[in-house]
Design a protein around this ligand. Structure first.
Ligand SMILES: [Mn+2]
Length: 273
C-alpha cells in the first residue's frame, strides 16, 4: 500500500496514466492523491475526470481554481474558453454526473492516519491547521448544498485579501476559496497577492511565497500542494511539497510517494509551446 501524490493534471490524461504505470500504481492497493486542477488547458479533461471518479475511494482530489471555474462555466457564470479545451466534457453524456462528483470534492484533504494535508494552492499564513480545516468545511458544505449556484456566481474577485475571523458571508467564502485555490505570493503584512505568477527566485519586490510567510510549528503536518508551475517543485522546505511541475506547459507531471519519499516524474514535451 502506497500513498501517491500527483501534481496538476489539467486534462493530461495520457500523461497521468503513463506516470501511474511508471510508478507501478496498483488501484487495488494504493491511494492516489491529486492536488487539484484535474481539468482545463490539456487535451483530455473528460477522460481525466472519468478515470479519477472511477477509482472511487482509492483516489482523493481537492478542488483547484480550474475545477471551480469549470463548475462556474457549466452554470453559465462565465463563457467557455476555447483554450481550456472543455467542449468534449461539456457535451459528454455523463457530463452532469461528472460535474456533480467534482462539486462534492473537498478544498482540503487529510490522510486519516499520517500527518499529511493536501490543498490546491496553499494554506493561508493567517491560519493554523484547525482554522484551515474549519474554513474548508464551511465552503465545502455550501458547495454541496442548495446554495452552490449562489456561491459560484459570487465567488470571483480578489477582495478581501486579508483574513479576519469576523468576516461574514461572501467575503468570508471568497477569502477561503482564493487562499485555498489561487494564492501564490503574500505581501509582508500578510495580504494575499493574486497577480504575480513568477517563481520565488525571480525579482518580486515586496512579496514572498505564502509558505515563507507561514509560521512554522513543530507539529505541523506535511503540506502537499500544486497550482504554482513556476516553482517547479522547489520550496526549500522538506515538509512543504509543491507538485505542480507544469505538465500542461510541456514540462513534467510529478508524483511524490510518501512511503519511500520518491519523486517520480514523466516528461510531457508534446505540450511545449
Ligand atoms: Mn491552479
Amino acid at each position: 500500500m502506497a500513498n501517491c501524490f500527483v501534481g496538476d493534471v489539467q486534462g493530461c490524461y495520457d500523461d497521468l496514466r503513463r506516470l501511474l504505470d511508471l510508478a507501478k500504481f496498483d488501484s487495488d492497493k494504493d491511494m492516489l492523491w491529486l492536488c487539484g486542477d484535474l481539468v482545463a488547458r490539456g487535451p483530455d479533461s473528460l477522460n481525466t475526470l472519468r478515470f479519477v471518479k472511477s477509482l472511487g475511494q482509492r483516489a482523493v482530489t481537492v478542488l483547484g481554481n480550474h475545477d471551480l471555474h469549470l463548475l462556474a462555466v457549466a452554470d453559465g457564470v462565465a463563457p467557455l474558453k476555447k483554450k481550456d479545451k472543455l467542449q468534449p466534457l461539456m457535451e459528454a453524456p455523463d457530463r452532469d454526473e461528472l460535474l456533480e462528483w467534482l462539486r462534492q470534492r473537498p478544498l482540503l484533504a487529510e490522510h486519516p492516519d499520517l500527518p499529511i494535508m493536501m490543498v490546491h494552492a496553499g494554506l493561508s499564513p493567517a491560519w493554523d491547521a484547525r482554522t484551515a480545516r474549519n474554513c474548508a468545511r464551511e465552503v465545502e458544505s455550501l458547495l454541496r448544498g442548495d446554495q452552490y449556484q449562489w456561491l459560484l456566481h459570487n465567488m470571483y474577485g480578489d477582495q478581501p485579501d486579508s483574513w479576519d475571523d469576523n468576516l461574514l458571508g461572501i467575503e468570508r467564502y471568497r477569502y477561503i476559496i482564493n487562499s485555498f485555490t489561487r494564492m501564490r505570493f503574500c505581501y509582508f503584512d500578510g495580504r494575499l497577492d493574486f497577480k504575480c505568477k513568477k517563481g520565488p527566485t525571480e525579482s518580486t519586490p515586496g512579496l514572498r511565497p505564502w509558505f515563507e510567510q507561514r509560521e512554522h510549528h513543530v507539529d505541523d503536518p506535511i503540506l502537499v500542494f500544486g497550482h504554482w508551475a513556476a516553482l517547479m517543485g522547489v520550496t526549500g522546505k522538506d515538509d512543504i511539497k509543491g507538485l505542480d511541475t507544469g505538465c500542461v506547459w510541456g514540462n513534467s507531471l510529478t508524483m511524490w510517494r510518501y512511503e519511500d519519499d520518491a519523486l517520480i516524474a514523466t516528461p510531457c514535451p508534446a505540450y511545449a509551446k
